[in-house]
Unconditional design. Sequence first.
Length: 179
Amino acid sequence: MAQKATIYKVELSVADMDRHYYETHNLTVARHPSETDERLMVRLLAFALNAHEQLEFTKGISTDDEPDVWQKSLSGEIELWVALGLPGEKIVRQSCGKADRVIIYSYGGSTADMWWEKTRNSTTRFDNLQVINFSRKDTSALATLASRSMKLQVNIQDGDVMVSVDDTSLHITPVKWKA
């Protein structure tokens, strides 16, 4: 018998001083049985970093032809494609062809470093691609904050990110590998 997704209820408050975006999003997030707490929290962080009234989670991990998060225009064009992890060159190429902007949030420590060394040269032709890395230390600490019902506060200023849940705060510094 197949396992079912675990449902998380998240009140995500975003204060992004860099983009002048201040909003609270009440999210219901399905965590796929094969998804870790670390990946779930990176997905929420990616949502917060790109928060917009039309930003939404997709089927994500259970499908290959959709990103983890996307923003579509009112006419259905994909304005923003947000992928997590270490996608292959073919997926990067297809994503850049489908969307106005593509952001890949990589994580995983030395595995992510090796992926970027291998992938870096093949991404130079994509002007609509950004690659941002989170350190293993940051994403591991983020994973400890996961719970089925969360009030998550994300403050962004000068590229630095502070994530707070209850009395616990983490400072995360995303590293731009490709701007």
